[in-house]
Design a protein around this ligand. Structure first.
Ligand code: LIP
Length: 282
């Protein structure tokens, strides 16, 4: 492989593609928002919506990736599913935080992650090696590549370093079905008395980036899809966070994803799961 070819395949180069495509799709998503949101479908429940912008964002990103990286796979929230031969699969959330997009609340993002197969890293069997998460409403672009650190608009970011649970500002989120919400309420009931406070912004990708930037001290959620966390998880890891799943044999992912400073994340997981022996308030 020549030097130029190697550079074209480097994690840093993949991050550059993710940044460019996330910002381009974000600009289109913002333009469509200004014209008015068109809800086109729903998925797991009537409130799990798909807008025309979700579909247009994913279409734009997939079209560009197919042109630039024809041997790569593509996997998107709104249906893109293309097997590749290069070992790289792009995981796309065209708008993470779609409800916020519908209500014009400034916490939604385009998330693009270049991933490789790795059953030990995450529950979906893939690990991001490069990613970008772009919030078009705030103009923030978070990016990372494996071993290259994490950045916000090009400036290096690090987690807060908070190791004390009682002083921690903790992000979380809730699903779209009653059954899932009831499970999540139990988790919040255990956690809220033990921490500074909860923040629920409505986008896992953005939550993980806020953790990476030190604006949250920790984050947990049960029920996330790979496209929700793939991009933000790498950015949080490269900013110094440790991510845990439900137990030692279950990597972070849909069953549970906990993210925080390595000195805090195990205590957080134990409290989330009720495994710390504390009694839940009546
Ligand atoms: C969202 C997640 C968020 C979760 C929301 C929703 P979507 O993804 O990023 O963490 O709490 O309920 O699932 O559906 O907006 O792409």
């Amino acid at each position: 492989m020549t030097t130029s070819t190697a550079a074209a395949h480097s994690p840093e180069a993949l991050a550059g593609i993710a940044i460019r495509l996330a910002e381009r799709a974000g600009s289109r998503v913002l333009d469509l928002r200004r014209r008015g949101v068109e809800v086109q479908a729903s998925k797991s429940s009537a409130i799990d919506i798909v807008t025309a912008a979700d579909r247009e964002s994913e279409r734009m990103i997939v079209e560009a990736l197919r042109a630039e990286r024809p041997d790569d796979g593509v996997f998107g929230e709104e249906g893109a599913g293309i097997a590749g031969t290069s070992g790289i699969t792009w995981v796309i959330d065209p708008i993470d935080g779609t409800a916020n997009y519908l209500y014009d609340l400034p916490a939604y993002a385009v998330s693009i992650a270049a991933t490789v197969a790795d059953d030990a890293a995450f529950a979906d069997g893939r690990r991001a090696v490069a990613s970008a998460v772009h919030n078009p409403r705030t103009g923030e672009t978070f990016d990372a590549w494996e071993g290259g650190g994490a950045r916000l608009n090009g400036r290096t970011i690090r987690i807060s370093g908070q190791a004390e649970l009682a002083a921690s500002l903790v992000g979380t989120g809730f699903g779209y079905t009653v059954e899932r919400k009831l499970e999540q309420i139990e988790m919040v009931t255990r956690v809220l008395p033990r921490i500074r406070d909860i923040r629920r912004f409505g986008s896992a990708a953005y939550d993980l980036c806020l953790l990476a930037a030190g604006r949250l001290d920790a984050y947990f959620e049960r029920g996330l899809q790979p496209w929700d966390y793939a991009g933000g998880a790498l950015i949080a890891l490269e900013a110094g966070a440790e991510l845990l799943g439900r137990d030692a044999s279950t990597p972070p992912g849909e069953p549970l994803l906990c993210a925080a400073d390595p000195a805090l994340v195990r205590e957080l997981r134990d409290v989330v799961l009720g495994a710390d022996g504390a009694s839940t308030p009546a």
